[in-house]
Every structure is written in structure tokens, then in C-alpha cells.
Design a protein around this ligand. Structure first.
Ligand code: MTE
Ligand code: HPA
Ligand code: MOS
Length: 752
């Protein structure tokens, strides 16, 4: 089955925020944001700006009827700066006028004077100065201190990982429309409708029941709209509330890039110890997360870094500590993988460095230490591991040794182009790490014409969740897909939504939909049984007909639905689903936080041009654990997209803040993302094809985030290629591996 959005997507008929027809009287808004990363506001004078023709009003924190506060996990984030600014891009005022163009003219007339304070951009500096978002956390397994003495090899190092711009095609935005009696309808490009709803309510000091948030789909979110869609929706709502007119704000790309947070950069120290058989006996890591100016989702992201700090390996002795460091950058936020990739990068870096020191291939160490079923993660959960199966199948299909040999041969024969290869096995936990978020509701209606409508909390952002939920309903009722419509996500229909995040949307909302459909199906069967005078247990509903004992009856779907209505039996159901087996005790840092894990193994090869430092990623060959894929086209698409996004993060995407905390890579001319020419020439994806009970919807497994982490292999493939040219170079572990860095490393020492 195709992604149900493909038809309207290719025709340009899909409705995004900017496609919503404007109501008469709609006004436009834009934020005035701080040009300074850290400072004290000395003067804000907008009298001239407000006099500009077409400007209706300018708002500041003084116009907020409720709280000037949008922080979700920790209330540490002002909507508008009051006395101090904490990052360059922080909103100070909101300007509202009759057209987006007039706003740009008037914005220039606002006088904003800020006395600059020292900005911190480096997380280690923040940690030294005690500038922390929260108390550090430590995950422990075994006893690292006493394990070192049993190690033959002990390797230490430092790892730097940069952030990543989400670059969703649709920028952030919202459109707020006043309703009667002080209520608001807000269209928001958000992954988390309830966060938007509750924050609007608390900023405006109105009840959540007066705020209807509605989302048809996003032009991409990637985590960037889990928490950070809220500000724009609240700003529009504030203006709509005061002016009693519809207000829309759709950010320009450069506004979006400079005002919103990104994937967290991390600096880390690591120490790894192996015995002479290359078993990893001990691993110690300290993570310095660059959180930006307020908490946003950083505490949860940091937690996932710790959860994934041993990736897919069993290490008996682990101590991992993480600091969430407060800096004067826009608050960093969720991004596909949610801190997991940053954790996994460090263990992979440690293994790569160990391999270089011991003079073996990293793959040897990786393979020797893969998790087995029953092995304990540092957080106490026992693995149900597919790590060996994935690796074995990948090796059988792709012949790792032969691949390496081909590369070695190529490197002997070629002087100025070199190839490198890396294996990247992954393991990613599925569930929100915050246990309570693992719940969902689904509202299913069957209309008297036999058509079906489904509402859930899931937000479609290109990942195909609506297609999967539709498949659930169509499968359970055994009707063609055309019968089922997935409605927009809306807080008046579905309450208290968890964000569409953590790759869980299809699982949680799909399961709730399954329950709701089964409930209605039970009633339909009861009605059919009464009508046909048999037991309900003998009834089967299949291919739009009622069947008894494998025989089709004359009673079809349409007539059965009508009959059910005529008998005054409920054709709607609101179901609730929550996975039962998960728990986590943060005081002990132990528990069973994940419903299950997703595994996979990738082999990545790259070729570098040793004169220019430019490179190509040649191939990414993967065996991925999809469980029983519900939709191959959607899942393979998620894999390919995730891989390319991961490679982008690890290779060419370079976020650059200057020492004043100003974003210099602030447009698509200076921030490079993979385009069609830089995607690998070959992406091969094979499914592991296990048919195990895995607690996911229809025995599929979540697929949204895990494949991104295969991209980490690109970094190490490039590293290996550089070493083929310059064997004695000591390459700092510092991602992304941009062509500039490749070039410097190729000639490092040769120049000295
Ligand atoms: N795929 C597309 N096309 N667009 C997106 O924004 N977001 C990713 C992933 N795949 C995203 C995507 C992220 S960060 C997550 S958490 C999951 O989709 C969320 O959706 P799911 O729970 O349905 O997998
Ligand atoms: N992933 C994504 N978003 C989240 C999570 C998570 O684990 N926890 C809280 N928000
Ligand atoms: Mo995804 S980072 O959990 O939105």
C-alpha cells in the first residue's frame, strides 16, 4: 500500500499550515529577536515602529495575562525576554500588522539596546562555572574502578560532536483564530498538540478546554517541532486574544534557523578497557551536553544519551555521567534519535580508537562484544537481542571481509583516491524514556454509509504514520483502504496527547486504534449474529461481508453498519492504550524503560579525493530489524531518509556559532545538507525478518529514528580512508568530518 499522502503530495494539494485559506481580517506577526547572545536590556523603544502604516500593535511580556513561561520539563524559559537576553534569537517583542511585508519594514525601526555580558558557548566552560540545567546523572553497571586492572588495553580520548539543523521543509508556524466566548482555534505545525494547548492556556490564563489545537500534517518535524513549535503558536494566540482577530506567523527560513534550537552538540571524555581477547571489560564516559539557554527537552535528551552509551554492546562495567550544560545558544532540542546518536557516537569512537591502538579492525572489537539475549544494559533492562542475527545476516549477504579486501586492494593501487569502510551496528530503545508519556487514545467512528473516520494523537510529518493507522483500521474491519479516513490531529477530539516522537506514534496510536476497532467489531458481530441467528463467535467479518463458518452470507458491510445503527448500537469508540511492562526508577537509574529494542547492522564505504579532501559515500548496506514490517514502502523510505540524514550530520552539516554566540551558518548558503548528488550511490536494505512477539503494532517494529544511526558509520569510514593515505595521522574525534577536516587530516604531519 502506498503512503496515503502521495496522491495529494505530488499534485501539490496537501494542506500545510501555509495552505490554510485565510479568514477575512487575518493579521500577520513576526518576532523581534535579540541580536545579542547574553545581555541586559537597556532600552526597548517601538513608538516609531508602531506608527508605521499597516502596523496594528507591538506586544511584549507586559501584555501577557498569565505566565511569561513556556518551559515544559523545567519552567526556565521566558516567552519574551523581560530584563535579560539569554541567546541570540530570543524573542523580545512581537510585531503585528496587515501584511508580512510591512512587518519587516517596521521591525527595523524598533530600538533595542542591550548591554552585552560574557556569552558562554562551550559546554565545558558552563560546567566549570556551575551553569547546569539540572543535577548530573550517572548510570552504573558493575565496578569500573576494579575492572581496569584486568584490562590488557586501556585507551582514553575526547570526542566532539556538533549539532544539526532540523531543516524541515516547512518552517515553524501557527495560525490562531479567535472563537466565541474567549476560546481560540490554533492551527500549529507541531508534533505535540497538548504542549501547545497547555502553554497557550497558561500564558493567556485561560482553560485548556478553551484552546483547540489542530494539525493536519507537517512538512517535516524530525523532533524540531516536539517542543519548539509552541512559542510561535503562543505568540499568535497572544495577539489573537488581545486583538480579537486571526493572527498568523509563518517563519522565514533564516528566522527559523537563528531562533530555534537544534540537535545537541556534545563534548565527551571516554576511557575504554579491553582484555587480550578484545572483550570490552570497562567503559567510562563523561558527557557534556550543550543544552543552550534553557532546559527545553535537554534533560530527557541527556537521559537517552546515557541509555544508549553502550550502543549494541554488552560491557560488564560501565560508569557514564552526563552534564546538561547551560550556554547562551538557542535551547537545543529533540532531533531524530533524541540524544541516543550522541551516546552511540562516543562508544563507537572509543572502539575505533582502541582498534587503531591495538592495530585490529574495529569490526573485530564490535563483533566480539555484541549483546546477547539476557545481557544487562547499564540501566538494568535485559536485552532480547537481535544484534548477532543482524550482524550475521549482513556478513552473509555483504561479505565484510571481502569488502575490506577490495578496499585494501583499491588503496594499494590508487595513490590519490582512498577508500574506507566501517561497520555500524545499532540498538535503539523504543518507548518514551519518560514512562508516563507512553499512552495514547484513538477515536473511531463508523458512519451509516459504512465509511470510517479515525482520530488519534499521531501527527503525520512524512513518516507515514497515518498510512499505518489507516492500515490498522482497514485490516481489523477488513474493508478497503478507501473506506477509512484519518482525521486531522485535534485536541477537541483527542485529549492529553503525547507528542508524536520517540518513534512510538504508530505503536501507541496504532494499538489504541486496534482496540477501538475491535470493540466496534465485537458489536457489529453481535448484531450480525442476532440477525443471522447464530452465535457471535461464529461470525467473521471479511472483505466487506459477514461470513459464517467460512461461508459468505448475503449480509454485507454497508447493511450491517446500517442495521447496527437501526438497533441503536454504538458505532463509535474511544480507546486507550498504554504498554504495561515498562518502568524506570530514576533514584536508582535502573528499570525496564523500553518496550523493546530495534537492532540492525550497516556496512558503509566511502571514497576520498586526496588532493581536494572531497569525498563520496559509496554504499550503505544494511540488515535492519523491522519486525514484521506493516508497510515496506513506508519503512524502507524511513530507513533511506534516516540514513541520509545521519550521514549529513556526520559529514557535511556544520553548525557554526561564533564566540559571541551568533549563528554564522544561518542560511542554506552556509549550512550544507545532503542533496541528491551527495546521497550514497547505493543504499541496500534487507530486513531481518523475525516473527517474534515484540509488543509493537501487528508485530512490526518502530522505524522512525533507529536508521539515522547507521549514518555514524560514514564518519568512521572516512576516518579509515584518511588513514589509508596518511597512516600515522592522529585524527581528532571531531564530527562532522567535513571536506575541510578531511583535507587537514590528509596532510597533517606531512606539513609539519
Ligand atoms: N520522517 C519524516 N519524513 N519526517 C519527519 O519529520 N521525524 C522522525 C521520524 N521520521 C520524521 C520522520 C522522528 S524524529 C520521529 S520521532 C519519528 O519519525 C516519529 O514518527 P513515528 O513515531 O510515527 O515513527
Ligand atoms: N524521545 C522523544 N521525545 C521524548 C522522549 C523520548 O524518549 N522522552 C520525552 N520526550
Ligand atoms: Mo523524534 S526526535 O522523537 O521527534
Amino acid at each position: 500500500m502506498k503512503n496515503i499522502d502521495s496522491y495529494t503530495h505530488v499534485r501539490g494539494e496537501s494542506i500545510y499550515l501555509d495552505d490554510i485559506p485565510l479568514q477575512a481580517g487575518t493579521l500577520f506577526a513576526a518576532a523581534l529577536d535579540s541580536p545579542i547572545a547574553h545581555g541586559v536590556i537597556k532600552k526597548l523603544d517601538y513608538t516609531e515602529a508602531e506608527k508605521t502604516e499597516g502596523i496594528v500593535r507591538i506586544f511584549t511580556y507586559k501584555d501577557i495575562p498569565g505566565k511569561n513561561q513556556i518551559g515544559s520539563i523545567i519552567p526556565d524559559e521566558e516567552l519574551f525576554a523581560e530584563t535579560n537576553v539569554h541567546f541570540s534569537g530570543m524573542p523580545v517583542a512581537l510585531i503585528v500588522g496587515i501584511s508580512p511585508e510591512v512587518l519587516r519594514i517596521a521591525l527595523k525601526k524598533i530600538i533595542l539596546e542591550i548591554e552585552q555580558l560574557h556569552p558562554i558557548t562551550d559546554p565545558r566552560e558552563a560546567q566549570k562555572k556551575g551553569e547546569l540545567i539540572m543535577q548530573p546523572r550517572t548510570f552504573r553497571l558493575g565496578d569500573v574502578a576494579s575492572a581496569w586492572k584486568n584490562c590488557e588495553y586501556i585507551i582514553e580520548g575526547i570526542s566532539e560532536i556538533n549539532g544539526q539543523e532540523h531543516l524541515y521543509i516547512e518552517t515553524q508556524g501557527a495560525y490562531a483564530i479567535p472563537q466565541e466566548s474567549g476560546a481560540l482555534r490554533v492551527y500549529s505545525s507541531t508534533q505535540g498538540l497538548t504542549a501547545v494547548q497547555s502553554t497557550i492556556a497558561s500564558v493567556l490564563n485561560i482553560s485548556m478546554s478553551n484552546v483547540e489545537v489542530d494539525t493536519t500534517r507537517l512538512g517535516g518535524g524530525f523532533g524540531g517541532k516536539e517542543d519548539q513549535a509552541t512559542a510561535w503558536a503562543v505568540l499568535c494566540s497572544l495577539a489573537a486574544y488581545h486583538l480579537k482577530r486571526p493572527v498568523k506567523y509563518s517563519l522565514h527560513r533564516m528566522e527559523d534557523m537563528r531562533m530555534t534550537g537544534k540537535r545537541h552538540p556534545y563534548s565527551a571524555d571516554f576511557k575504554i578497557g579491553l582484555n587480550k581477547d578484545l572483550k570490552i571489560l570497562a567503559f567510562e564516559a563523561t558527557f557534556y551536553q550543550n543544552a543552550g539557554a534553557s532546559a527545553d527537552l535537554s534533560p530527557a535528551v541527556m537521559e537517552r544519551t546515557l541509555f544508549h552509551c553502550t550502543n549494541t554492546y554488552f560491557i560488564p562495567n560501565v560508569t557514564a555521567t552526563a552534564y546538561s550544560c547551560k550556554t547562551n545558544l538557542p535551547p537545543n532540542t529533540a532531533f531524530r534519535g533524541f540524544g541516543g546518536p550522541q551516546g552511540m557516537f562516543v562508544i563507537e569512537a572509543a572502539i575505533a580508537k582502541a582498534a587503531e591502538c591495538i592495530n585490529v579492525h574495529a569490526a573485530e572489537i564490535q563483533h566480539k562484544n555484541l549483546l546477547k539475549t539476557g545481557d544487562e544494559f547499564p540501566y538494568g533492562q535485559l536485552a532480547e537481542s537481535e544484534a548477532h542475527e543482524c550482524w550475521k545476516k549482513a556478513d552473509t549477504l555483504f561479505h565484510f571481509e571481502q569488502m575490506q579486501k577490495d578496499i585494501d586492494d583499491f588503496n594499494i593501487q590508487n595513490k590519490l583516491t582512498k577508500k574506507g569502510m566501517a561497520i555500524m551496528p545499532i540498538c535503539f530503545g523504543i518507548s518514551f524514556t519518560k514512562t508516563l508519556l507512553n499512552q495514547a487514545r484513538s477515536l473511531v467512528h463508523v458512519y451509516i454509509d459504512g465509511s470510517i473516520g479515525v482520530s488519534t494523537a499521531a501527527v503525520e510529518m512524512g513518516q507515514g504514520v497515518n498510512t499505518k493507522i489507516l492500515q490498522v483500521a482497514a485490516t481489523i474491519f477488513s474493508v478497503p483502504a478507501e473506506r477509512v479516513k484519518i482525521f486531522s490531529t485535534n485536541t477537541y477530539r483527542i485529549t492529553n496527547t503525547s507528542p508524536t516522537a520517540a518513534s512510538t506514534a504508530a505503536d501507541l496510536n496504532g494499538k489504541a486504534t486496534e482496540i477501538a476497532c475491535n470493540e466496534i467489531l465485537k458489536r457489529l458481530k453481535q448484531v450480525a449474529a442476532e440477525e443471522l441467528k447464530v452465535n457471535a463467535t461464529d461470525i467473521e467479518i471479511k472483505d466487506e461481508y459477514v461470513w459464517i463458518g467460512g461461508k459468505k452470507t448475503v449480509l454485507n458491510w454497508n447493511n450491517l453498519v446500517l442495521l447496527t445503527y437501526q438497533k441503536r448500537v454504538n458505532l463509535s469508540e474511544l480507546a486507550h492504550y498504554t504498554p504495561q511492562q515498562i518502568h524506570f526508577d530514576a533514584t536508582k537509574e535502573k528499570g525496564h524503560p523500553f518496550t523493546y529494542h530495534v537492532y540492525g547492522t550497516a556496512a558503509i564505504t566511502a571514497t576520498i579525493d586526496c588532493l581536494r579532501g572531497t569525498y563520496e559515500i559509496d554504499a550503505v548496506k544494511v540488515v535492519h530489524d523491522f519486525g514484521q514490517s506493516m508497510n515496506k514502502m513506508v519503512d524502507w523510505g524511513q530507513c533511506e531518509g534516516g540514513i541520509v540524514q545521519g550521514i549529513g550530520w556526520m559529514t557535511m552539516e556544520e553548525i557554526f556559532y561564533d564566540t559571541n554566540g551568533k549563528l554564522r551558518s544561518n542560511a542554506l548558503s552556509t549550512y550544507k545538507v545532503p542533496d541528491i548528488y551527495s546521497t550514497p550511490k547505493e543504499i541496500t536494505i534487507h530486513p531481518l525478518e523475525t516473527k517474534k512477539e515484540n509488543l509493537a503494532i501487528f508485530q512490526s517494529k518502530a522505524v522512525g529514528e533507529p536508521p539515522l544511526m547507521y549514518g555514524i558509520g560514514a564518519y568512521f569510514a572516512l576516518r579509515n580512508a584518511i588513514k589509508a593515505f596518511n597512516p600515522t595521522v592522529n585524527i581528532p574525534i571531531d564530527a562532522p568530518m567535513t571536506p575541510e577536516k578531511v583535507l587537514m587530516n590528509l596532510y597533517d604531519k606531512i606539513n609539519k
